[in-house]
Ligand binder design. Structure first.
Ligand SMILES: [Zn+2]
Length: 350
């Protein structure tokens, strides 16, 4: 009993300390100052989903922000930044023109349908530009990325077919170092994150192949769900408002690292640009490296084909930052649900 009380005390002391740091960071962080050099803060969002939406339940916590929180973020950003399209900032820099003292670019990775459903109306309402990075071959299809596929599979088995956990085809999943003990209790979002992180040892194609094999072997109903990703009609409608610009996030969300064959890297970088340009009629100027992975070859090819690119490295950018290795600050609900925690997050201090 005593131990429990101490734990609770320790936890609340920790929380009070964290909150104090957040208040200091929110009041004094980089967003409050004007540096000698122009600054670019680039924010990385993924999905915008209401709290109780079914789609949020099998998603990693790092992927989601609610519409209310997203609206609040934009309102707060407008107090400190000139919000501009990512490619506009890069183009101004290329042309040697004057850059805003403090600019912010809002970006969304992957091209989720919820960006159209929940983020786009807010962007319109607040007249705010943003960039969405699309995975060209998956737009308008019923496909999903392997992390969501893996999460769905684990959820389906835990909820409906726990007897399958002893199936030999699932042995490799049980061997991974994640803390989730395979059971009848579906994993929580942190456990899903840990399982996904441990599965990143496999290549993207290998993961899809393994998941297809399991789904077939167990004859699981993977269902005809409504598409998770945007379709071209939605993309074009957003682009036509002039508020949303599109960038490439490859053809099939392949990680472009040293293990990826050169021909595949080339195809993912060049063909995705061609496909998006064909559908939107726009020149696609920016690129986003899946999972933040890149190799010397992929960086070189991106430099040849795009005016700029973003990574998942955390930080702010200045006029001196390489336009093809722009850093971002990842935003998700847990760490940015009120003004103070959001400002503390973008300050880069916590
Ligand atoms: Zn992605």
């Amino acid at each position: 009993m005593k131990v429990k009380t101490n734990n609770v005390k320790q936890k609340s002391v920790k929380q009070i300390f964290k909150r104090s740091i957040q208040h200091v960071a929110a009041a004094l962080g980089r967003h409050t100052r004007t540096g000698k050099e122009p600054q670019l803060l680039t924010l990385m969002y993924h999905r915008i989903l209401p709290q109780n939406d079914e789609r949020a339940k099998i998603e990693e916590p790092g992927m989601v922000v609610t519409p209310e929180t997203f609206r609040q973020h934009i309102t707060v950003l407008k107090d400190y930044f000139n919000i501009i399209k990512l490619s506009d900032w890069i183009q101004l820099k290329r042309d040697g023109k004057e850059l805003p003292a403090k600019a912010c670019a809002i970006t969304f990775d992957d091209g989720w349908a919820d960006n159209y459903e929940f983020a786009f109306p807010i962007l319109q309402e607040l007249n705010t530009p943003a960039t969405i990075f699309l995975v060209s071959d998956m737009i308008g299809t019923n496909e999903i990325f392997w992390p969501e596929r893996l999460a769905r599979l684990i959820n389906t088995i835990s909820s409906n077919y726990p007897q399958y956990w002893s199936h030999p085809d699932l042995a490799w999943l049980q061997k991974n170092p994640a803390n989730y003990l395979i059971s009848e209790t579906p994993p929580n979002s942190e456990e899903i994150s840990a399982l996904i992180a441990s599965a990143k040892d496999y290549s993207d194609q290998e993961m899809h192949d393994r998941l297809t094999h399991i789904e077939n072997a167990l004859q699981l109903d993977t269902g005809n769900r409504s598409p998770s990703l945007l379709n071209w009609q939605q993309v074009i409608e957003m682009v036509n408002t002039g508020l949303v610009e599109i960038g490439s996030h490859t053809c099939r969300h392949v990680r472009l690292n040293e293990q990826t064959p050169a021909e595949l890297i080339k195809k993912e970088i060049i063909k995705s640009k061609e496909a998006i340009e064909k559908h939107t009629g726009q020149t696609i100027k920016t690129f986003c490296f899946p999972n933040g992975d890149y190799s010397p070859l992929s960086l070189e090819l991106v430099k040849q084909n795009y005016i700029g690119a973003v990574t998942t490295q955390s930080g702010w950018n200045t006029a001196g930052t390489d336009s093809h290795m722009l850093q971002r600050i990842g935003i998700h609900q847990d760490i940015a649900q009120d003004k103070t925690s959001f400002l503390a997050r973008i300050s880069g201090w916590v």
